[in-house]
Design a protein around this ligand. Structure first.
Ligand code: GCO
Length: 255
């Protein structure tokens, strides 16, 4: 691998990484040389994911915590501080979906989606950036947007609002932290075949719509996000900040 993309000696925290895209990012960064810290809310799943990466010879550890809970996030960072572990790269990937027409949408569901998909990136990003600034050695923060960072789809209003927010939060982070050598960027995955999207993949009408609308004519695969994640985690992107890179098969380029 080109030294430009080598993550040896770096430590990356990837939230929501026991399965789906988060696990894929973790695997990709570990393959590029990083020590990876996983996160999830289910202890058994977390153990399994750590076990899988460790069995492949990667340096993997992890913590169970709710990314939207400030006290839990602070406690995890305090534990890392006490162990002398420095987080150089953060991928704010944790996310949930709630599909329901807005006319029927309860406030509590709106709030939970905003908390987990948007506020979490602020809570985790701020905790990591405070330490990066104090150390003076910079870092990388990668937030995960969506096609809904740009355009809406009926029935996913809170997710759409949160992902639009993620795009602008990324710019806000870039504006405040670039001078400390922290690059803040986002990845906007298109329609990817993951567990979270199983209901959509298995819906023949939706599947047809994805294949008709995407110029690549197919769903994306989780490992097709890895190259962008490694690039944004590496020194190859040291002068790139505040960007959202869509990995969508060309979807957003078309009408
Ligand atoms: C959904 C959402 C997402 C999409 C993603 C595309 O209905 O669940 O549209 O899960 O896959 O946002 O970027």
């Amino acid at each position: 691998m080109s030294a430009l993309f080598d993550l040896t000696g770096r430590t990356a925290l990837i939230t929501g990484s026991t399965r789906g895209l988060g696990f894929s990012y973790a695997q990709g960064l570990a393959e590029a040389g990083a020590a990876v810290i996983l996160n999830g809310t289910n202890p058994a799943r977390l153990e399994e994911a750590i076990g899988q990466l460790s069995a492949s010879g990667y340096n993997a550890s992890g913590f169970v915590f709710d990314v939207a809970d400030e006290a839990s996030v602070e406690a995890m960072f305090a534990t890392l501080d006490s162990q002398g572990v420095q987080v150089d790269i953060v991928i704010n990937n944790a996310g949930i979906q709630h599909r329901q027409p807005m006319l029927e949408l309860p406030l509590a569901d709106w709030q939970r989606v905003l908390d987990v998909n948007l506020t979490s990136a602020f809570i985790v990003g701020r905790a990591a950036a405070r330490r990066m600034v104090a150390r003076g050695s910079g870092g990388k923060i990668i937030n995960i947007g969506s096609l809904t960072s740009e355009a809406a789809r009926a029935t996913v209003a809170p997710y759409t609002a949160a992902k639009g927010g993620v795009k602008m939060l990324t710019k806000a982070m870039a504006a405040e932290w670039a001078e400390y050598g922290i690059q803040c960027n986002a990845i906007g995955p298109g329609y990817i075949h993951t567990e979270m999207n199983a209901a959509l993949v298995n819906n023949p009408d939706f599947d047809r719509w994805v294949k008709a609308s995407n110029p690549t004519r197919r769903w994306g695969k989780p490992d097709e996000l890895i190259g962008t994640a490694v690039y944004l985690s590496s020194q190859a992107s040291n002068y790139v900040s505040g960007q959202i890179i869509y990995v969508d098969g060309g979807w957003l380029a078309t009408l």
